[in-house]
Design a protein around this ligand. Sequence first.
Ligand code: NAD
Ligand code: LMR
Length: 331
Amino acid sequence: METPMRVTVTGAAGQIAYCFLPLLLRGEVFGSRQPIELVLLDVEEALSTLRGVMMELEDGAYPLLTSIHYTNNVSEAFVESDVAVLLGAFPRKLGMERRDLLQKNAVIFKEQGEAINKHAKRSVRILVIGNPANTNAAVLAHFASDIDKKQITALSRLDQNRATSFIAKKLKVSPEDVKNIFVWGNHSNTQYPDLFNGVTDGGPLPDWLQDETFLRNEFIPTIQERGAAVIKARKLSSAMSAAKAVVDHLRDWFIGTQDIVNMIVCADGSYGIKKGIFFSFPCYCYGNGSFEIVPHFPWTPFGDPYIEKTKKELNAEWEQAFAALLPKSSL
Ligand code: NAD
Ligand code: LMR
């Protein structure tokens, strides 16, 4: 057995955590030989639920679980963390403007960024899931200023899984036989699901899938609106599929993969995206928490307006989130 890994999960009393924690403790993320010290964070009002989650995890008798600690204290939660899975976020309430949501969450992710900066291991790897995920990650990265930006990612794998599964269903093949479908930009309904680089069976996708009417009226809006469609049907946001995507993202980041996978990462200037913006790119994952943005998938002219729209939205989100946190002169 290896040295235990300390994994902090925030929003741990919530529904994604309830689906994710059993998968983590079964070894689906870091393998069946990696023991885990679990630290669960949620807000004070959720502590009773969190205690119940902890009891259930104990009752699961998972051999990989070496200890569990739960808390509502942000500093305590990140002490010596190797990995931080950030699910906790302020939910959008009736009548709330997106700007209010951004600013409420900016305060949370500022505090968590500072706590991670102070208390976590220098090698910590962070995955942000709580919405608005891209901008929360950008805020966190700003305030966790001693942590390399390449150690901070956010989740767009659910969008990639949705798009891949959609195309596999059309082709009547398994999702594992469809590769290189990418989702660019924001994890919101401005994201750009792009299948122009897609392959199946070692060759390009059939021409009928690249028909502009199909793309504009069916493929792109279905993927962009999938999260909202699940909320409408379930009266709750995606949890099972989100937890699966969290597993896929972390496993590929830590163990490595031959596939090219979507991650929201800090733009380094490639594809003309402004540095510092957290944007969903296709990435190579080499294992041990390392990745590179794949530089050679330029979007076609068809994609340009979609990219412009998602870029513009992310720039505006960045300004709105930071407006509450930073003096105007530094924006
Ligand atoms: P949920 O409401 O069931 O759980 C969220 C939990 O976070 C709650 O227990 C809440 O008390 C907690 N929380 C709120 N503020 C907190 C804080 N400051 N510190 C710690 N915990 C805090 O939500 P869920 O369904 O588990 O979803 C979690 C988040 O993930 C939401 O923001 C959701 O929109 C987002 N999400 C993102 C994706 C993605 O692909 N990026 C997909 C699905 C859901
Ligand atoms: C999803 O894509 O399912 C979620 O991000 C939707 C949401 O608003 O929680």
